[in-house]
Structures are given as structure tokens and as C-alpha cells.
Design a protein around this ligand. Structure first.
Ligand code: ATR
Length: 281
């Protein structure tokens, strides 16, 4: 039997992960099968242990199970530990369930390697302070951003994240937090990342336009068949670039694949294929 992998989520029918991992497996000549499985909301722990005790070699985990996956993991990578969420599970040689969070490194790799963004020394504005943002802050700090400002509709959540991540902040970097009202009349940022779930329903976070200039790169962690509301906002305000999260999705998958199979797939052809398939929908 082929080595078995899956992504667990609810809902899951929209997931592109089987397409991405099938591409990686073919490209790297890996004998494996990857499926999307919808798990009942109250059965996640049971489903994971059944899958990993039987033929399953590894799992991806998506909404709404990433925090539960974190709790289930007996061993966690440092970046997963601080993220409070796990999107990749496997068993080690002693049979322990191990967890990693590859979302942040996926985002950073997409920014730096696929889009030529210089994060080192950059000023970065992060919109949102939910699970998705918590999942990516450590790799962004490690990439050397000079200043990260986290803003959120509920400002206390942004402050809590800043406090949590200040523990790993090098002394020459800044981490600040606030509400959207704190952005009034501030100067433009080098990079703005939308980590809110507003794009999912076509909404925009209430962000002041002074933060964007012709040198600002805007990145939405979401993606869709057409520009997200945030990417459209960036285009309308003449930002240098507007990039959606499709590359991040493929990069986080590549990091999970590396973790399970020990080989790193080429992501560029898979991003191009996925973009093509989205264009035909
Ligand atoms: P996720 O796992 O996608 O991060 P989450 O933890 O529920 O989901 O967080 C959603 C994030 O999007 C939060 O930062 C939320 O702001 P609040 O904490 O104030 O609720 C943000 N968000 C959702 N809809 C938004 C909107 N229309 N405008 C601004 N922020 C929004």
C-alpha cells in the first residue's frame, strides 16, 4: 500500500492540498497518496489517532482544528510551540505524535523567494490578531523585520500577541500593537499583510490609507479566483504590488512535504499550475 497522507478539516471540499501534494509527489517520484477528509467537529482527536495508528504517515490540519492539533502533539517544534497552532502532524520513531506549524515559514518563503521582498530591515504592518496571525509572527520576526505593528479591530488581542512574541524579539527590532485608529496619519509601511478573515466575505479591514505608498507591498494571506478585497484596495491606492496568499499555501505545503518525506519540492511550477486552474473556475 502507498504511504497515506491527508488533510483534516471541516469543511474541506474546497481544499487545494490534495492537488498540491499530488503535484509534489509526481515531481519528486514519491510513492504516496494524499486525501482530503472532512472530520466531524467533535471527533478530531479520535480521527487523528486512528489515522496515524493505521496506515497514515502524516497529516495536515486546517480550520477549525489547528489549536486542537497543537494540544494533541506530544512534541512540537519551537515555532509551533509559540504559534499555539499546528498544521502538520506525524509520528516519530518512538511513536510520539509530533507537530509543526509551517504557515509562517510558508509566508516568509513566498515573500522572500517567490516575490523578492526584502524583509530584513523592513517596516511591516500586520492587520488582524487571530489564529492566522499568531501562526506567522515568529518567522516574520526571525526574518529580521525592523518594526512590526499589529493592529486589530479588538485592540487588546493585538496587544496580547505583541506581549507574547516580545519574548523572542531581538533588541534591535520593534514590535508594537494597537487598533485601526492608531494608524491615522502614520507614515507608510514597506509591507502590509492582511491576516484578517475579512477577505473571506469580501470585506476590508478599516485601514487608513496613509499607511500605503507607491513603495508599499501589500500581501493578503487569503486568495481567490479574482483579486481579494484587500488586494483590490492595494491596487486602488497605487501600492507597489498586491500579492495574494496562493504562494503561501503552496509553500506551507512544501515545508510539510519536506518534513514527512525529507525532500523539498520545487514550488514555482505548482504555484503556476494552481493559478492556472483557479483562472478556469
Ligand atoms: P483566523 O484563524 O482566520 O485568524 P480568527 O482567529 O477568528 O480567525 O481571527 C479573525 C481575525 O480577523 C481577527 O483578527 C478579527 O478581528 P477581531 O479579533 O477584532 O474579531 C479579524 N476580522 C474579521 N473580520 C474583520 C473585519 N470585517 N474587519 C476587521 N477585522 C476583521
Amino acid at each position: 500500500m502507498l504511504d497515506q497522507y491527508a488533510v483534516f478539516g471541516n469543511p474541506i471540499s474546497h481544499s487545494r492540498s490534495p492537488f498540491i501534494h499530488d503535484c509534489f509527489a509526481r515531481q519528486q517520484n514519491q510513492q504516496m497518496q494524499y486525501r482530503a477528509i472532512e472530520v466531524a467537529l467533535d471527533s478530531f482527536a479520535q480521527a487523528v489517532s486512528q489515522f496515524l495508528q493505521a496506515e497514515g504517515k502524516g497529516l495536515n490540519v486546517t480550520v477549525p482544528f489547528k489549536e486542537q492539533a497543537w494540544s494533541l502533539a506530544e512534541q512540537r517544534t519551537p515555532r509551533a510551540e509559540r504559534a499555539g497552532a499546528v498544521n502538520t502532524l506525524w509520528r516519530d520513531e518512538q511513536g510520539r505524535i509530533c507537530g509543526d506549524n509551517t504557515d509562517g515559514v510558508g509566508l516568509v518563503n513566498d515573500l522572500i523567494h517567490n516575490n523578492g521582498v526584502k524583509l530584513e530591515g523592513a517596516s511591516l504592518l500586520m492587520l488582524g490578531a487571530g489564529g492566522a496571525v499568531r501562526g506567522v509572527l515568529q518567522p516574520l520576526i526571525e526574518a529580521g523585520c525592523r518594526k512590526i505593528m499589529i493592529v486589530n479591530r479588538t485592540a487588546e488581542k493585538a496587544h496580547a500577541l505583541a506581549t507574547h512574541f516580545s519574548e523572542i524579539l531581538p533588541s534591535d527590532q520593534q514590535l508594537a500593537a494597537g487598533g485601526y485608529e492608531d494608524l491615522e496619519n502614520t507614515e507608510a509601511y514597506d509591507v502590509i499583510i492582511n491576516g484578517t478573515s475579512a477577505s473571506l466575505v469580501g470585506n476590508l479591514p478599516p485601514v487608513n490609507t496613509s499607511v500605503v505608498s507607491a513603495n508599499t507591498l501589500c500581501y493578503d494571506m487569503m486568495y481567490g479566483t479574482k483579486p481579494t478585497a484587500f488586494c483590490q484596495w492595494a491596487i486602488d491606492h497605487s501600492a507597489a504590488r498586491a500579492i495574494d496568499g496562493l504562494g503561501m499555501l503552496v509553500e506551507q505545503a512544501a515545508e510539510a512535504f519536506l518534513c514527512w518525506r525529507g525532500v523539498r519540492p520545487e514550488t514555482a511550477p505548482v504555484i503556476a499550475l494552481l493559478r492556472q486552474s483557479l483562472a478556469h473556475q
